[in-house]
Unconditional design. Structure first.
Lengths: 317, 296, 249
């Protein structure tokens, strides 16, 4: 028996989302939803599936975005070449940072990812000749082929889809299962023969790499990389998207990203203090809806069809 | 290299280091007792500064100002206003979330930090301010080997006294002993039949006080910006990681150390001074993962 | 006589506290060897030295002639060693079958990292899971989340996780601790059923449990070996009676 990669509600959701989004929102906003959605799904590989709460994923989003931006804007590379190179560079950095971070667990891990995030923020902030510092890195020109808004959206949607397929395959793979085992019970996972820190590092690198893929795409969205997208507050935003959508679900974080982008796009138009709204929603989710939107949907679905309880996934330690 | 410059940078490092130490101790108390890194610690520090600014503005020119300099009123009262905020946070959020996984408490505090930082901008605007040190603490003192600003020197003295008083509180009083015991062994405190919720509330309040006080004292040298809390928070985390989780002495030592590393780096390579402390943290995790004074 | 597991002068000190001092004993292939002693005798510390949760301060533990003490816990299963936990230790958000998968997969396929194949795409792993679940009698719960199992069933699942790799040595840490009388009986029946097919080391403080089923018993007292022998020899041993049975029985 072959297990399908996505079950039909997820497929339906993905299909509707990808096709309908650009009609509901401006293409660039729709692209941003998918971009941040990818970043949040990638983060959730760590948060929801491995039980490691990273408060530093903005660094990988940012490093890849800046690397892409620098290659395109400063060195004149084509975006199509810049993206894979930037993703690779970011992946190596994720591996190096991960080597240090996975040495500690729990609160330590959270604080260390957070602190390293700030380090890379400072580098981006002070290395003005390369990054533009506070003003952001401008002139990140899209490749000609994806220059029009619609073409750019299609490109983002394609990368989003391919990345999600890969991530889902990872989640369903032996490695994905071992990560979930480590999340639930690291001591027992080790006692059954799994090198816990090696697997944590693998999860960290894959997660950081795909968050970086999102970052690379993001560099082309507005053709400028703002410095606040590598700040730790944005790391918190990514965690927020993951949680709001539901860390217990593979696809849930996309919903969180959609809400976040929508909130930013609409509320910020008439009220620059939109992060306040974000904070309030976040606090309410944490206090009252810890399963996120996906958790809510699942609860309702279960009540309607009387299914066995879905796997509730908490972030751990 | 100019010895005068190095000496004054050392003292500068000590001054900011003492602020980091205050922040670090506050963070350690909450972390040890409640088992959460307080993501709102930075924004509470910012409120300490802004409340001081507000009190100074409010009292300048009034009758009280002729008796006592408004800045002193600010430093005295602002931290207690911050404690009130701390109590509210603990009461509406943290206490509800004790049963949930501590990640949720941490995320709640992140949300609170977001909200409070925006409130600062709404109340006081996005542009920063500065607060002047009172005339009695302005000017410079000749220390023999270096001429040094009076306020910074006072800051070093005051924070040292605060740390000592805190140490006496933690070692010589019953409440303090309970808090310390709780940091070292949370289970034990609940076994002892102590009202753990009250102790949590007090600890959170004490942490908030230290953050508020650091913010108040920092105003004349660091000024005020809405992002000041977000900027100092990662440094506080580095202080705690370098110190070792749950070590109060460690937090003081590593706070000072980080302040000095930062200010010495800025002599030779100013741009790197902010990066240096994170590299130091990275090295620490590689060489001594449990931190300077940590056992777990 | 072939010793499959040997503890040679194993000591473990925590500062000045000598939790385990110079403990030596051999476990024969195919035997059920129990280590007993009152609470605080150092049984769990010794167990942790054998499973490499702790590194001994002195002496060594060997398995089939190779030294295993001082390694990392995850290095033991590939050698053919499995363990159960005193407090039920399962993967609560995984299904029952997936729980067993976690130990069956590395035993059947190895520890190389597989990223793109589906976790359930190996029929030999599925067989090992089925066998282990059938052995403990949980086959019908295979697709249920582990958290939904009753407490006693969770302990049996814990056993299934340990059994699935078909270990040559099975280490059991107080397998009946915290269980009801009927669940204790189920677990004891299971252990009796394993006898002869597996080499078993059982850490236990319930005397009655051990006397009935063990081939050989090592008695620990204040971190040292007080006596060793067959259940009958132990029962007859005056030292043991004085130190342990005298107070309890």
């Amino acid at each position: 028996m072959r297990t399908p990669l996505f079950n039909w509600p997820t497929l339906l959701f993905l299909a509707v989302a990808i096709v309908a989004l650009p009609f509901l929102q401006r293409p660039v906003v729709a692209a941003e939803i998918l971009t941040l959605g990818l970043a949040a799904v990638a983060l959730n590989l760590l948060v929801g599936y491995t039980g490691m709460l990273s408060f530093g994923h903005a660094m990988f989003f940012g490093i890849a975005a800046y690397a892409t931006g620098i290659l395109v804007a400063k060195l004149g590379w084509s975006g199509f070449i810049a993206i894979p190179v930037a993703v690779l560079v970011n992946g190596v950095i994720a591996w190096l940072v991960g080597l240090i971070c996975v040495r500690r667990t729990g609160l330590y891990f959270i604080m260390i990812t957070f602190a390293f995030n700030q380090m890379f923020y400072f580098i981006a902030y002070s290395w003005t000749t390369m990054t533009g510092g506070e003003d952001g890195l401008p002139d990140i020109k899209r490749p000609l082929l994806v220059e029009p808004q619609w073409a750019y959206y299609a490109f983002v949607a394609l990368v989003f889809l391919v990345s999600l397929v890969i991530l889902k395959k990872v989640v369903d793979s032996p490695t994905g299962r071992i990560l979930q085992a480590i999340r639930d019970n690291p001591e027992r996972a080790a006692a059954t023969g799994h090198d816990v820190s090696r697997y944590k590092l693998i999860a960290f690198v894959i997660s950081g790499t795909f968050t970086g893929v999102a970052g690379s795409l993001y560099a082309f969205a507005h053709q400028i990389m703002p410095v606040d997208r590598i700040h730790w507050l944005f790391s918190g935003d990514l965690v927020f998207m993951t949680l709001l959508g539901g860390s217990g679900s593979f696809i849930g974080p996309v919903i969180g990203a959609a809400f976040y982008t929508w909130l930013q796009d609409t509320v910020s138009l008439f009220w620059p203090r939109w992060p306040l709204v974000l904070g309030v929603v976040f606090a309410l989710v944490v206090l009252f809806f810890r399963g996120g939107v996906a958790g809510l949907v699942e609860t309702v679905y279960r009540k309607l069809f009387d299914k066995a309880p879905a796997k509730q996934v908490a972030t751990t330690t | 290299m100019n010895t005068f410059l190095i000496a004054s940078q050392l003292l500068n490092g000590l001054a900011t280091g003492m602020l980091y130490a205050l922040m670090g101790v506050g963070l350690t108390l909450v972390l040890g007792m409640l088992n959460i890194p307080n993501f709102a610690h930075g924004v509470l520090y910012a409120f300490g500064a802004y409340f001081t600014y507000a009190i100074v503005k409010l009292t300048t020119g009034t009758a009280i100002a002729s008796v006592i300099n408004p800045f002193f009123i600010g430093v005295l009262f602002a931290p207690f206003l911050v404690v009130l905020i701390g109590f509210v946070i603990e009461h509406i959020g943290i206490q509800r979330l004790y049963a949930a996984h501590h990640d949720y408490q941490l995320l709640f505090l992140f949300a609170v930090a977001l909200i409070l930082q925006e409130l600062i901008i709404i109340i006081w605007g996005p542009v920063g301010f500065s607060v002047l040190a009172p005339p009695s603490l302005s000017g410079v003192v000749n220390l023999g080997f270096v001429v040094y600003p009076m306020y910074r020197l006072t800051l070093i003295v005051v924070t040292t006294v605060v740390v000592l008083v805190l140490w006496l509180f933690l070692t010589r009083t019953n409440v303090g002993a309970t808090v310390r015991a709780g940091i070292e062994n949370r289970e034990m405190v609940s076994v002892l039949g102590i009202n753990i919720n009250l102790i949590y509330l007090l600890t959170f309040g004490l942490g908030a006080y230290l953050a508020g006080l650091a913010g108040a004292l920092a105003t004349p040298i660091l000024g005020l910006t809405p992002s000041m809390g977000a900027d100092i928070l990662p440094i506080c985390f580095v202080v705690v990681v370098v110190a070792g989780l749950g070590s109060i002495v460690g937090a003081i030592v590593s706070g000072i150390m980080i302040g000095i590393v930062q200010s010495l780096t800025s002599i030779w390579w100013p741009e790197a001074s902010n990066v240096a402390i994170y590299i130091m943290m990275g090295l620490m995790i590689i060489l001594r993962p449990q931190g300077l004074f940590g056992s777990r | 006589m072939t010793a499959i597991l040997r503890c040679i002068d194993v000591s473990k000190h925590f500062g000045a506290v000598k939790a385990v001092s110079n403990v030596s004993f051999d476990v024969e292939k195919g035997a059920l060897h129990s280590v007993i002693g009152p609470n605080g005798a150092g049984k769990t510390t010794l167990f942790n030295c054998i499973t490499s949760e702790l590194a001994p301060s002195g002496g060594e533990v060997t398995f089939e002639g190779t030294r295993i003490s001082g390694r990392k816990p995850h290095e033991l299963p590939p050698l053919g060693i499995a363990r159960s936990f005193q407090r039920t230790s399962v993967f609560s958000n995984l299904t029952v079958a997936q729980n067993v998968w976690v130990s069956a997969f590395p035993a059947q396929i190895g520890t190389k990292v597989e990223l793109l194949r589906h976790a359930d795409s190996h029929p030999e792993v599925a067989d090992a899971i089925q066998t282990a679940l059938a052995e403990v009698g949980l086959a019908r719960y295979a697709d249920q989340p582990a958290t939904e199992l009753a407490h006693g069933d969770q302990r049996l699942l814990d056993f299934a996780i340990a059994l699935a790799p078909r270990p040559r040595l099975l280490l059991l840490d107080e397998p009946t601790a915290g269980l009801s009388r009927s669940d204790t009986q189920r677990v004891m029946n299971l252990i009796e059923g394993l006898k002869g097919r597996y080499t078993l080391v059982l850490i236990e403080h319930k005397m009655d449990v051990v006397m009935k089923i063990s081939d050989r018993i090592t008695v620990m007292y204040f971190g040292e070996v007080l006596s060793e022998g067959t259940p009958d020899q132990i029962r007859a041993d005056a030292k043991v009676r004085e130190a342990y049975l005298g107070r309890r029985a």
